[in-house]
Write a protein that binds this ligand. Structure first.
Ligand code: GLA
Length: 701
């Protein structure tokens, strides 16, 4: 049973592979009694023993609280803080009641004297092994008060020796996974960029020693694309305290009489090994989080013009690219930046979402018609949140940007940010983009966001609401995306923010796919993709092959680059008008191979078999029902070595598999392949192979 309650004081949440037990203390404080592998006898927790008082340490500091309020004798990171009309700034949240709201367990806490009720909400995705948590804060009085902090969830794990995983990153170097000991103080992973950002990600993964296959890991991802804060803290009491939610730096939310604020959700889990953690999150993404119906279908192979043309687009040149793309087997043709009114370079045009009349004298119709005749769908690049000072929109509405009235607003990439939280601005953007989608046969938009927020002020918002603008902006993005999707159910949306600046489980509810990095150098990309896959499924990871060597001045053979991109949702960004016949031929062949295997790549379970970090070869495997695909990469050959062992996973030990590497075919049982291993032949620098494993019936003689 997913939710059990024993004697009104022990709450047990059970999902595949885990149990989570909450114990109500004598003081009426919900405490975490257990989180880990599934337990069989929850009654053992009826008399759960907690350290009550240690010499000169106040008890609340030691309690493994489910949702600690700021105040009382607490000096650790807490989950909620409010300021009330009578000047009180701390909270005494005590258990009031519990309720089952359909499949959600709500443990409701109330302040002793102030009008705040906090419903701690828990939903178990039983089969997927995911525990969803959030908090609903309600003003039960007749005067408003101000929330200064309201995390989504707090977790506590007993013991010492924990380590914490997150990313460090930057533009073109996203998702660099790092592991650090949790030995003193707090580790805070925070974004103040107004969106997820490139620096770190809204998640925690703590462990006491874990690798791909072994070792317990406790994790949680925050479903939110704005400023976030994840704190992992050693509370000096043989406990680690974890708080996850929106950032409280420059945040307040005024809760009027009777109003409610629902925090973003945290999707938490417990797994044995990082590989299992990734597979759980990937499944959750595909089955619950990603928009339907594309979540269950492989994404089309796309062509994107950015690296070929940058801003200098013309109708003829795009048509020429489209013709070649169609011959290669591309299914979706995307014109990137440069198509709209006045867009000659990055300094002009943002905000004016109509085709540039010089570049496209008859609008986009001739180009789209040609793309359709060629049998492809058509897509466009937009950056809805932005405006250039040199644009009709800015000239008409200079007051629509985020800024402080008495200061010159800061430009970045020659652009300002619109106040998306304002219903007026949001409505305008909906109107313009909806018009674009109604006027033309467009099935895909790449929604970019090329600057971080600065100066979170707005003349459209009342002064006392200023600190809520960060949150309102994110909600504005979600609202616009949702409205567009509702009006155009077949629309495919990609989120991009100077590469991978908006990849998270919140955006995943509105966007079908992400652009993880502008860096298309295959070697860097293999590392970015590998670490991206720690949390996010490759189903929604766009990966293009381009001619671009800007990042490292490194020239990598096309086949290696293609195989790298085929590890995700394949895209082509090569300048096809300049491509030699041999290049086109290789692209065509590999696109055909990709179409055969993409269902396994995009919808299968992912196993990171080895990486360049600790092996000469990097191998990734995708497994769907009786089929597996492996991509193996050798960066540099050494010592004349030609053969490398690799150990596939997730196969049926008893079934016979046909293993195909090019022309080479071998038949072996699953157990042989997994335990004895598969020998891969990789020779010379930049060598790569694709291996397909398919179950076959054994012929009885
Ligand atoms: C960002 C994106 C690129 C491209 C450019 C266009 O940098 O990450 O992929 O779309 O904007 O200006």
């Amino acid at each position: 049973m997913a939710i059990q309650v024993l004697e009104e004081r022990v709450f047990i949440l059970n999902g595949k592979g885990f149990s989570y037990v909450i114990y109500l203390s004598e003081e009426g404080i919900p405490l975490n009694a257990y989180w880990g592998a599934g337990i069989t006898h929850p009654e053992d927790f009826l008399d759960a023993a907690f350290i009550r008082e240690a010499f000169h340490i106040p008890s609340p500091q030691l309690w493994p609280e489910e949702y600690a309020p700021f105040g009382g004798l607490r000096y650790k990171e807490t989950a909620v803080k409010a300021v009330f009309s009578d000047g009180v700034r701390d909270l005494l949240l005590i258990f009031d009641r519990w309720e089952l709201r359909e499949d959600v367990l709500c443990i409701i806490l109330r302040d002793e004297s102030e009008p705040l009720e906090a419903a701690l909400c828990y939903r178990v995705q039983e089969e997927l092994g995911i525990l969803e948590r959030w908090c609903e804060l309600q003003n039960t009085g007749d005067k408003s008060f101000t929330l200064e902090h309201c995390a989504s969830a707090q977790f506590s794990l007993p013991g010492t020796g924990f380590q914490s995983i997150n990313y460090t990153g930057r533009w073109s170097g996203e998702f660099q996974q790092k592991n650090t000991p949790v030995s003193c103080g707090k580790q805070v992973y925070e974004s103040l960029c107004g969106l997820t950002g490139h620096q770190c990600a809204p998640f925690f993964a703590v462990h006491r020693g874990v690798n791909e296959e072994h070792g317990p890991v406790w994790f949680g991802v925050l479903s939110h694309s704005g400023n976030f804060e994840i704190t992992v803290e050693d509370v000096c009491a043989q406990k680690v305290n974890i708080v996850a939610g929106i950032s409280d730096t420059d945040f307040t939310w005024i809760l009027g009489a009777g109003e409610r604020f629902e925090t973003p959700h945290v999707l938490a889990g417990y797994a044995e090994g990082l590989g299992a953690m990734s597979r759980m999150l990937h499944r959750f993404a595909r089955e619950v989080q990603l928009p339907k119906p594309l979540a269950q279908k492989p994404l089309p192979v796309l062509y994107n013009s950015w690296y070929a043309t940058e801003f200098s687009v013309t109708q003829e040149q795009q048509m020429a690219l489209a013709e070649r793309a169609a011959q290669l087997g591309v299914e979706l043709f995307v014109m990137d930046d440069g198509w709209f009114s006045g867009r000659v370079d990055s300094t002009a045009g943002l905000g004016d979402w109509a085709a540039d009349s010089e570049k496209f004298p008859q609008g986009l119709h001739p180009l789209i018609r040609r793309v359709k005749e060629l049998g492809m769908d058509f897509g466009l690049w937009v950056e809805p949140e932005m405006v250039n000072p040199d644009s009709a929109l800015y000239r008409a509405h200079p007051d629509w940007i985020l800024r402080y009235p008495n200061r010159d607003p800061i430009q970045f990439r020659s652009q300002y940010m619109l106040d998306m939280g304002s219903p007026l601005v949001n409505e305008h953007l909906y109107h313009v983009l909806n018009e674009l989608l109604c006027q033309y046969d467009i099935t895909y938009l790449k929604w970019d966001m090329n600057r971080y927020v600065a100066e979170m002020g707005s003349t459209l918002c009342s002064e006392e609401n200023g600190k809520s603008l960060w949150y309102r902006h994110t909600m504005g993005v979600y609202e616009l995306a949702e409205r567009l999707r509702r009006a155009h159910p077949a629309l495919e949306l990609e989120a991009c923010a100077s590469g991978g600046g908006r990849v998270d489980f919140g955006a995943m509810r509105y966007f079908d796919e992400f652009w993880p990095s502008d860096n298309t150098d295959p070697l860097d990309r293999l590392s970015i993709q590998r670490h991206y896959s720690l949390l996010y499924p490759v189903k929604c990871m766009r990966a293009w092959v381009t001619d671009d060597t800007n990042f490292n001045n490194r020239v990598v053979p096309l086949e290696f680059a293609l195989h790298t991109a085929m590890c995700g949702a394949l895209g082509i960004g090569t300048n096809l008008s300049k491509a030699a016949p041999v290049t086109l031929d290789l692209l065509r062949k590999n696109i055909a191979v990709y179409k055969d295997i993409r269902e396994i790549v995009q919808l299968g379970d992912l196993y990171r078999l080895s990486s360049f970090e600790n092996s000469p070869i990097q191998v990734v495997q995708y497994q769907l029902e009786g089929h597996s695909v492996l991509f193996a990469f050798l960066r540099g050959g050494q010592y004349g070595r030609r053969f490398y062992a690799c150990f596939p996973r997730g196969l049926d030990p008893e079934r016979l598999y046909r293993c195909r590497t090019g022309e080479v075919i071998l038949q072996k049982r699953g157990d042989y392949l997994m335990y004895h291993g598969l020998t891969l032949e990789l020779y010379g620098d930049w060598s790569s192979v694709i291996v397909q494993l398919d179950t076959i019936e054994v012929q009885e003689h």
